[in-house]
Design a protein around this ligand. Sequence first.
Ligand code: GLY
Length: 428
Amino acid sequence: MKVLVVGSGGREHAFAWKLKKELYGDDELFVANGNAGTAQIAQNVPIQPDNILGLTEFARRNKIDLTFVGPEKPLVLGIVDSFQEYGLPIVGPNQTAAQLEGSKVFSNEFMERYDIPHPRSIATDTVKQALSVGDQMLRTYGVGVAKADGLAAGKGVIIYRNRKELENAVDEIMVKNRWGNRVVMQEFIEGEEASFIGFTDGKTFLPLPYTQDHKQIFDNDTGPNTGGMGAYARAPIITDEIENKIMSGIVMPTLRGLQQDGIQYKGILYFGIMIRKGEPYLLEYNCRGGDPETQPAMALLQSSLLDIGYAINEGKLNRIKPKWSPQSAVTVVLASQGYPSDEYKKHLNREILGLDRNGVIISHAGTMKLPDGRIVTSGGRVVSITALGNTIKEARTAAYSAIGKENNGIYFDGMLYRTDIAAKALRA
Ligand code: GLY
């Protein structure tokens, strides 16, 4: 059989790592376009994830049996629709369904329509409107959130606490127009975030072990937002009571709403949740697995990801009862100096040492192999280290002891990482 993974980050390496364990003999695993880590377990294909025609043609010519899509961009661009034109099985939502992530205006109208608890939001189309709504938010709450309508790789959400910051946020989104020219002005909800992610065929929803991401670059949730600096499972913030509230108040109304709107959603659906005083609110949908949340989830998945993929594709997910390891998993991301600003581009091509470290799962992201065999940094987030343990504490100790020169662990010059991944779970 032939399987393709689309993408080049840690999430895609984690999918490929899991799939590789399930493939035999003549089976083939491809990753487009992959990284130096996926090259060790699969054939990297030099086609960019947003080259929909190129990927469709590759899958058609090579008779790919099943494709998993990692990042949001190809989904929003319609890779699923394109594959389906040729009868190529693929795991992911189609272009209409992917709007849940691709357009914040679309997703907020959807939450409104189906009465899904979310921050109060108003979509605006002009700078004047945005500033006027922002002023009202400042007067009412003393703080507000401006969200770009389109995809922004985690950068399109700006919190403002005064008029100057409001003007800067609106300027960044609407005038510089980097992520679509509409903006959703939103109430700021203070609380604790959790990632509630699951496989779905539009009818059945199978949650992954609950995770918590660490979005800011520095310890104690300080500094600018990133794609995610670490994750762990299972997050104790999701108690049974909160889980029930999320399932009944957010997940099931979403599936019913999609059905009512005639939208078929197949793939992974990610609910970005904020929990305030025991009540969950939906901040956003993502139409894919999280990065780095996928890394601990794949480390814990004992059932076949291939079977799950086929079941999603065929709309028979109700037949799957996934088995998860009862252990805990902690993932720590190592990033390049200067990340998340573009400054990191001045600090690339640093040799990465210790990649043969045993006892942890190393998922590559921004890595590249040189002709002399050395693996060097080539991106903002470079690798993520996942360790398992009987408790979160054990998994955390195992992950951190595989990092750094002093541990003979994974290391590169200028390496940046948070030292408090999963610390919240230990305080809980
Ligand atoms: N780690 C956050 C995300 O994948 O969106």
